[in-house]
Design a protein around this ligand. Structure first.
Ligand code: GLV
Length: 321
């Protein structure tokens, strides 16, 4: 009988991935709806060869120590890997995988959904009805912003930023972006003008963030940068919460320095119920559902399984960080 590698899967994930891991490995699957606490995670990974992780798991040097020398591969079921100390993993010869590409469309869809919801005050409208305030069609009620002719500012023009740009073109928006790594011809082909970060902030009627969380993007949108934005501008974040200084965002919306915000990601997650942001009517917060479509999550799980199995076999990963 061939030896089955011991692996830890830190959440119940779609069968499209879990089934493949189960078929090939000796699997310990964390069964709880909530992710394993750090100390528990440390004890569960002892002696494993592979970890299939999610963005909730803190995978640092100490955790890799706890796993021990057997650990060959960390396969994360997300594109963002800011929860993993990738440098430490590589130093130890541990491969790290992620799931880029398959969640691009779903995440771009959520960015557009948030943009439309904030622009046209959808959540306020639902609350208006539910609280019994709707009495008649109102010539002046719940007025919002238009998309056509408005400027969408993109911070980051990678896979997801570009998918948002393609969608926004369909809404006849003007597009500007800050993306030092995107060649100007590629941006031009999408109808996007590349400008400085300051210019994006100044020109955007809607600002959408599409960069990974790294040391140099943490609090990239701080008090000073929020101050550059139009008073009517709406900030959309589907990337990572910590890219925005959330206290500064609260102050900016509260003081009407910007028009509102729509967030799929917060810092921390979940956002505490007593966070002042949740008291503002022109702030929409949804619970990190950017990739949460049936098809996308199946693909992410399958891709994470493929990366894991490749790493266990000593091969390079189809999607290696
Ligand atoms: C989700 O947030 C991801 O990084 O895939």
């Amino acid at each position: 009988m061939t030896r089955r590698a011991k692996v830890f899967v830190s959440r119940i994930i779609p069968e499209a991935g879990l089934g493949r891991v189960r078929a090939a490995c000796d699997v310990d699957v964390w069964q709880d709806a909530l992710p394993p606490p750090y100390d528990v995670l440390k004890s569960r990974v002892f002696g494993v060869e592979g970890i299939l992780s999610t963005l909730n798991d803190q995978i640092d040097d100490e955790l890799m120590d706890a796993a021990g020398d057997s650990l060959k591969v960390i396969s994360q079921m997300s594109v963002g890997v800011d929860n993993i100390d990738v440098v430490a993993a590589h130093r130890r010869g541990i491969k790290v995988g992620n799931t880029p590409g398959v969640l691009t469309d779903a995440t771009a869809d959520i960015a557009m959904a948030l943009l439309l919801a904030a622009a046209r005050r959808i959540v306020e409208g639902v609350e208006y009805i539910q609280s019994g305030h709707w009495r008649t069609w109102e010539p002046m009620g719940l007025l919002g912003g238009d998309l056509s002719g408005a400027t969408l500012g993109l911070i980051g023009l990678g896979r997801i930023g570009r998918a948002v740009a393609r969608r926004a073109r369909g809404f006849e928006m003007r597009l500007v972006a800050h993306s030092p790594s995107c060649p100007a011809e590629e941006a031009a082909a999408l109808g996007v003008t590349l400008v400085s970060l300051e210019q994006v902030l100044r020109e955007a009627d809607y600002l959408s963030i599409h960069v990974p969380l790294k040391p140099d993007t943490r609090h990239m949108i701080d008090r000073d940068r929020l101050a550059l934005m139009k008073k009517s501008a709406i900030l959309i974040n589907t990337a990572r919460g910590a890219i925005v200084d959330q206290m500064a965002l609260y102050d900016a919306v509260k003081n009407r320095d910007i028009g509102g915000a729509a967030l799929d990601v917060t810092d921390p997650e979940p956002i505490p119920l007593n966070d002042p942001l949740l008291t503002l009517p022109n702030v929409i917060v949804v619970p990190h559902i950017g990739s949460a479509s049936h098809r996308t999550r199946d693909k992410m799980a399958a891709m994470a399984a493929e990366n894991l199995l490749a790493g266990l076999a000593g091969h390079s990963l189809p999607n290696e960080v």
